[in-house]
Design a protein around this ligand. Structure first.
Ligand SMILES: *[C@@H]1O[C@H](CO)[C@@H](O)[C@H](O)[C@H]1NC(C)=O
Ligand SMILES: *[C@@H]1O[C@H](CO)[C@@H](O)[C@H](O)[C@H]1NC(C)=O
Ligand SMILES: *[C@@H]1O[C@H](CO)[C@@H](O)[C@H](O)[C@H]1NC(C)=O
Length: 339
């Protein structure tokens, strides 16, 4: 047995290097240590899988850049800074994922980062630089997760719609009257045992269900009716909440059954970081929603162990190489990174 071999080795070290008395103390302590270790062995080995040994405390998350719809000279893509702040607020660093890179470049990046966020916006989910990188990362993530390489994806608003399209292959979106309104969530029964809301305090769940803490600014939605009629979506995603514009009940929060893939039609990042629209809620509960969501997703990224090939490669990829700029007063965002 390994323990006995170790004990013998310890005794031999005593004989060579220590006085009898300290050797004896050492031996007693060692036996005690082994005893305590054995007593806690089953507990210890189960807890390690979810704590120290399997946690990445340097998570780096990619955010998809997206095509600019009004082209600015030499700038082809952007990321709203609120998504960066959102992830940074929970202890992640951010790497921008540029549009129109080679497959090889995306593959290298995928193997360097610990998760990906698809932000909201107005790029095409059928054909754009955003769509192409989203598809690439989605396919890589599915393949990786199947192999046991835990790689999470988060989609917000447009990113949520992109995820649904990637899963189903065909878009089923319907137009809804949701272009600028904060709503309370109508939780489904399944929200209770979701992964996403597990760490939310009960009072915050109550606030989410009663107060308008989730900002919606989308023209398109996936109706619950269409979801219910679509096997490919129903078997892939668990619906955690829905909302309605008064006419159409639509999906507002989802998580995949078997993959760490998550989406919200609403914007968790705005409550703490965007101030341009009167319908964004900034109450203490609203701001907590931002942070608990960020904490959840960054927690998912902490379960992935991809890393950059070198410190230099990491330093060159990080968002710190770019500076956000203050936007024109008509923008929906306070600050934006342009690329
Ligand atoms: C755009 O790029 C070209 C070529 O690199 C450069 O000459 C020009 O000054 C740039 N314009 C701006 C506004 O940065
Ligand atoms: C990026 O690719 C998309 C389609 O793949 C194309 O429409 C767009 O013009 C490209 N953008 C740039 C800046 O090359
Ligand atoms: C969708 O399916 C759920 C679960 O089966 C059901 O509770 C709900 O009433 C359905 N909604 C619509 C609009 O079909």
């Amino acid at each position: 047995m390994a323990f006995i071999d170790d004990l013998e080795a310890a005794e031999r070290r005593c004989v060579c290097g220590r006085t009898k008395r300290s050797c004896c103390t050492f031996r007693i302590m060692f036996v005690l240590f082994v005893g305590v270790y054995l007593a806690f062995l089953p507990l210890y080995s189960t807890t390690t899988t979810t704590t120290t040994t399997s946690r990445n405390d340097n998570p780096i998350i990619g955010i998809l850049a997206q095509d600019l719809f009004t082209l600015v000279e030499n700038q082809t893509a952007y990321i709203a800074a609120s998504y960066v702040k959102f992830l940074e607020s929970a202890g992640a660093r951010v790497v921008p994922i540029m549009i129109n890179q080679t497959d090889e470049e995306y593959r290298r990046l995928f193997n360097s980062i610990n998760g990906v966020l698809y932000p909201g916006g107005a790029a095409s989910i059928f054909s754009s630089g955003y769509q192409r990188s989203a598809k690439f990362f989605y396919e890589m993530a599915i393949e990786a997760n199947k192999r046991g390489d835990y790689f999470p994806i988060w989609g917000t608003c447009l990113g949520f719609e992109q995820l649904l399209l990637l899963t189903n292959g065909v878009s089923l979106l319907t137009e809804t009257d949701t272009r600028g309104v904060s709503l309370p969530l109508s939780f489904t029964q399944e929200a209770k045992d979701s992964r996403m809301f597990q760490g939310f305090p009960a009072e915050l769940m109550d606030a989410l269900a009663l107060e308008p803490l989730t900002e919606n600014s989308h023209r398109w939605s996936l109706a619950v009716e269409a979801f219910n009629a679509t096997q490919a979506l129903k078997t892939f995603y668990k619906v955690l909440s829905t909302n309605t514009d008064g006419k159409t009940e639509f999906l507002s929060t989802i998580e995949a059954f078997h993959y760490p893939i998550y989406g919200t039609q609403w914007h968790p990042e705005k409550n703490a970081f965007e101030w341009r629209k009167p319908y964004i809620t900034h109450s203490p509960s609203a701001v907590q929603v931002t942070f608990f969501m960020a904490e959840f997703f960054v927690g998912e990224a902490r379960k992935n162990f991809h890393s950059f090939a070198s410190e230099d490669a990491e330093a060159q990829a990080l968002i710190y190489n770019f500076s956000p700029v203050k936007t024109h007063k008509t923008s929906a965002f306070e600050q934006v990174y342009y690329f």
